[in-house]
Design a protein around this ligand. Sequence first.
Ligand code: BGC
Length: 749
Amino acid sequence: MTSELTVAEQAALTSGRDAWHTTPIESVGLPAITVTDGPHGVRLQSNPGDMLRGQPATCFPPAVASASTWDPDLLRRMGEALGDECRAMDVSVLLGPGINLKRSPLGGRNFEYFSEDPLLAGVLAAAWVNGVQSKNVGASLKHFAVNSQETDRLRVSADVDERTLREMYLSAFRRVVTQARPWTVMCAYNKVNGVYASQDHWLLTEVLRDEWGFDGTVFSDWGAVADRVAAVAAGLDLTMPGPDDVGDAALVEAVATGQLDPALLARAAGRVRALVNRAATRSRGGYDEAAHHALAREIAARAIVLLKNDPVPGDKRGLLPLPAGPDGPSVAVLGEFARTPRYQGGGSSQITPTRLDDALTEITAATEATVLFAPGYTLDDNEADDQDLLAEAIGVAQASDVALVFVGSMRETEGADRDGIDLPEAHRNLIAEVVKVNPRTVVVLSNGAVLATSPWDSAVPAVVEGWLLGQAGGSAVADVLFGRVNPSGRLAETIPHRIQDHPSYLDFPGEHGHVRYGEGLYVGYRGFDAREQEVAYPFGFGLSYTTFGYGEATATASPAGLEVRVPVTNTGERDGREVVQVYVGLPGSKVSRATRELKAFASVPVKAGETVDVAVTIDRDDLAYWDTRLDRWIVEGGAYHCAVGASSRDLRTTAVVEVAGDEIRLPLTGESTLGEWIADPRGAQALATAFGAVPGEGGEGGDGPMAAVFANPTMLMFLSATPLSRLTVFPGSPLTDEIVAKLVAAANG
Ligand code: BGC
């Protein structure tokens, strides 16, 4: 039997004791628990004056990189390791994963988010949550919901239509909540269609709990709550950070005056209490720092995306991988990022790493040949110094067999959107000048979100997308450059030629407190594909040091969904890993749809020369669209095209499979058009009975008052878009309001 809490204790329990702890309740012996960021490391605050500085912990690759592995097994292992670090630091809830969609390449927190595709984000995040929670540490799925920009982030209203909301922006949350059951969900700062997420009953209670069955605790984002009473009424349980004596008192007052149902406060407090009790079962543990560093390196190497690897004139193979023996090429390492790595973004996810690998040291260790270094540019954009450094770098490039140019974005951080996707000018100059003197140039990028590669990439034979790779990124880059790891990373976000091409371009970041999600369902590759627009590198793209061939795909349907199978052969000479992607489309669909959508994928190791039969399944639920007329998910019947390949634009084989649709019937009303009445068998029957004539084809023959209309195809087409009740007003119309009412009763009865 649990002891009752007083109203004041309940109120106190629904806000934090401080920034990182829940409020202990002595009367019932309830301790405080620690919660902390998240998501790619454990940032346990070490200095009371500095909320953002944490104790040393493994800085795993941020989501921009881990998502590029397309491998849920790796994400699960990362989650397990994070869970172990939480246990070692007595942390009960790790504030992650962040799964908002990357709506625009300009999103300031894109580096913390997984993808522009909700299936990829959801599958990877679910694996991460399962990993963390397998250690009896809770995850906090964030930011719920539609938190895809930093501009005006604490107030802006994300204005998005319901179908887009359901199919795109809530979809990954639904997957993680239903499949991985996170202990907690963190609400977003922003408003959704005009209502603060922290006060949105529809979002926090009707969707999250009633529809998806969430039974955990809802946290606020830090500082997201404008009105404690409204938030508790909506379904928010814990307001962070604390203490919030004023808000606690407001809750007590609201209960006393009858403004707030006491059961709602008791419910919120009960959920915080249940979380604390759940956390109490966790045992302390330790972790192996070296093993976690090795895991961070493995994930980082798997995250690297080889964008380009052309042979230089005279060679048969691509420039990469580089031979590492004494006869290997001498190497110029150019660019300050090789020595001073950019390995994570700024803000609440910033981890103090246990150690930090840099590419220069790791490349020097990886090859027996000569390695020379020049910084090439300054980190503070100092133009005069940059000119001198450029000249030095050109000299070093000239003196070496191969030039590795490390460039990227200077900064991505929580709190600010990016102002563009171009490389800094000094970096572009470095690439342009180096490649003039050394055609064997490899560009290695460090960036937390998409960078334009056009037009400079046409001049260089090899481009390596190195994201922000966490503390072991330097060694991971060396692993890929020298072929110790065969790259298998794939883009989780499209790289456009120009920001102006992007589907979000005209509606980002909004103004005057609103951002209109004008591209609707056509987020990322869905938008590029629908408009058949050229991109620099498509969603799902990434090269390997080997090649893969695809056999013929087959697809079968069952009540559970689809199974798609395809043989994949490693046609090259190196063992490798292919990310097999299945994109599904329904040509001729009755609703607006993307040409194709990612519905399944598998990261599969394939040995040189071998063939692997790959099988993936697609839940029937994942074929559904949100029907706004019926307010529910509907699977439309028809011939679904399952295109299988190596990227969203490299589809090698397509299997077509017939799927039986859900039975749906919209009730017919006077507002339903004549065409809708005729298309509905019961509607057509009711019309036929009433008017003694069958509408549409073969309609002649009747002699009732509508017979002439029904038999005249032109007339029928003309009138088919007219609501039945509107047909009553035409002179001589046999329809009256009374007859329409009878027809409605007959058709629906
Ligand atoms: C961020 C959250 C984070 C929280 C606590 C907020 O500013 O939006 O992602 O978990 O701070 O640091």
